[in-house]
Structures are given as C-alpha cells and as structure tokens.
Write a protein that binds this ligand. Structure first.
Ligand code: SF4
Length: 73
C-alpha cells in the first residue's frame, strides 16, 4: 500500500492541500494542515498514513509549495 509521508513541522499553512484534497487534508488550529488519521513516526517526527488508493493526494503533493508531502509507493 502506498504511504503518505508528511513533514508537518515544515508546513507553512498555505491551505492548498486542504483545498484540493479535503478527503485527506484539513487545516488545523495551529495554522498547519493535518493529514487525517495519520500517525506520528517518532524516529523522523513525520506524519504517516497508509492508504489503498492515492486519490487526490497526488494533487496535494503537486500543489504543496514547500514540497513536504511525499508518497512512498
Ligand atoms: S500544501 Fe504544503 S504548505 Fe500548504 S498547507 Fe498543505 S502541507 Fe502545508
């Protein structure tokens, strides 16, 4: 299954991911986005989520201005 890896600490809160892919992304009260249902990897501090289908996540990857959303296939 593909895994989404999100370097949340580097998020600048532009809102693109949540606008283009609201099924998986939402803006949080701290101004950064959340990857819904993700878990924190304690070794890397990244947020990670395994998914069956990429769906709109490729749009989130492509639209992120600081390129902190990654997909491991
Ligand atoms: S597109 Fe990137 S910088 Fe913008 S809110 Fe989403 S993760 Fe953060």
């Amino acid at each position: 299954m593909p895994k989404i890896i999100f370097e949340r600490e580097k998020c600048i809160g532009c809102g693109s991911c949540a606008a283009l892919c609201p099924k998986y992304w939402e803006m949080a009260e701290d101004g950064k986005s959340n990857l819904k249902g993700s878990k924190n990897n304690e070794k890397t501090s990244n947020e990670e989520l395994e998914i069956e289908e990429l769906g709109c996540n490729q749009d989130a990857v492509d639209s992120c201005p600081v390129q902190i959303i990654h997909i491991n296939k």
